[in-house]
Design a protein around this ligand. Structure first.
Ligand SMILES: N[C@@H](CCC(=O)N[C@@H](CS)C(=O)NCC(=O)O)C(=O)O
Length: 325
């Protein structure tokens, strides 16, 4: 991690734990918003108006938080306006690294070797973990935001004047309900699987796994009335939040993070929801199972040999079928 702008120790997956061994995820540091006219957004400073070709998104395809920004970018039709740089799937002693792995890129702006160089470029005295996704302002040479929840929201609204879209990922009429379900899904599922995987006590693991499966059961029931999406007929950002964890679940979390009470394949409504989102235009291209399994199973603290499991076949089969259709 970075302390006062210097990389101080080899990368470790566990960021912070409480006295009971519960995994604690760091809060994001860069919280400015792109807005239609450059006025400040809900947090941070102003000066980031929506312009085509001005912002670059840095992602790792293993990462669910980065993937949700990629999906929002694609569904909102922003691909030509916001270029993307993909990092290698495996974390090194200095965190995320650029280039060399199939499907990964070099840093086209500064030739950086690691993502942490962008953090210190943005703030020479920055402290904390150098995470993805990162939204970078190529005009001012600064980091706009490294919180995926914010990036999804700004993609939904900020570029509307230059990239009109009928899709509303966060419609005003559902805002309060979306906020509530988002929080629950984040705590119990998106971050819940990490809390299980990185728990350092049996109690912390048990608590996290209970939360994961209670949430999956709840979502399965919610979708049980055959609604296509979590809030009814229209896709919202909450569906994307669920999707990025569901699509990684059977292939990575079930084995590596020991969230193995059941698989997503055992939940008919969740499986159908996952496939529905996967089939939205362009979403399948954001799912790279090679990067996902390579990335997760290279976390040495959980899998010292780096050996990747052969299965599960059903996830690869689904991706192949969707790609061929
Ligand atoms: N709150 C952040 C979390 C991002 C995050 O934790 N990303 C992980 C990858 S999935 C990361 O970059 N980890 C590197 C590290 O913690 O050093 C967001 O949602 O954008």
């Amino acid at each position: 991690m970075l302390v006062n702008g210097r990389w101080v120790e080899n990368w470790q997956p566990v960021q912070k734990a409480d006295e009971q061994g519960r995994f604690i995820r760091q809060v994001s540091e860069f919280r400015n918003w792109v807005t239609p006219d450059g006025r400040p957004g809900p947090t941070g400073e102003g000066g980031f108006e929506a312009e085509a070709g001005r912002y670059r998104l840095y992602v790792a395809l293993i990462c669910p938080w980065a993937s949700r920004t990629l999906i929002a970018r694609r569904l909102k039709g922003l691909e030509d306006m916001i270029p993307v740089t993909v990092l290698n799937p495996t974390l090194t002693d200095q965190g995320w690294q650029f280039g060399g792995y199939p499907g990964a890129d070099e840093d086209p702006l500064y030739g950086s070797k690691y993502i942490h160089e962008l953090y210190t470029r943005a703030d020479p005295l920055v402290s904390g973990r150098a995470t993805v996704p990162v939204l970078w302002d190529m005009k001012r040479g600064v980091m706009v935001n490294n919180e995926s929840a914010d990036i999804v929201r700004m993609f939904d609204t900020a570029f509307e004047a230059i990239a009109p879209s009928d899709l509303r990922l966060y419609p005003a009429a559902l805002a309060d309900e979306i906020d509530v379900l988002n929080r629950q899904i984040y705590e119990s599922l998106n971050n819940g699987v990490y809390k299980a995987g990185f728990a350092s006590s049996q109690e912390a693991y048990d608590e996290a796994v209970d939360g994961v499966f209670a949430m999956l059961d709840q979502l399965e029931r919610r979708l049980g009335d055959d609604r296509p999406y979590l809030f009814g007929d229209e896709l919202t950002e909450t569906d994307i939040r669920a999707f990025v964890t569901l699509i990684r679940f059977d292939a990575a979390y079930h084995g590596l993070f020991k969230t193995n009470r059941r698989q997503i394949a055992d939940y008919p409504h969740l499986s159908a929801h996952m496939e529905r989102v996967l089939r939205l235009p362009g979403v399948a291209e954001t799912v790279n199972m090679d990067h996902i399994t390579r990335g997760y199973y290279s976390i040495k603290a959980l899998n010292p040999t780096g050996i990747r499991p052969a299965g599960p076949a059903h996830v690869r089969r689904l991706l192949d079928v969707v790609a061929a259709d």
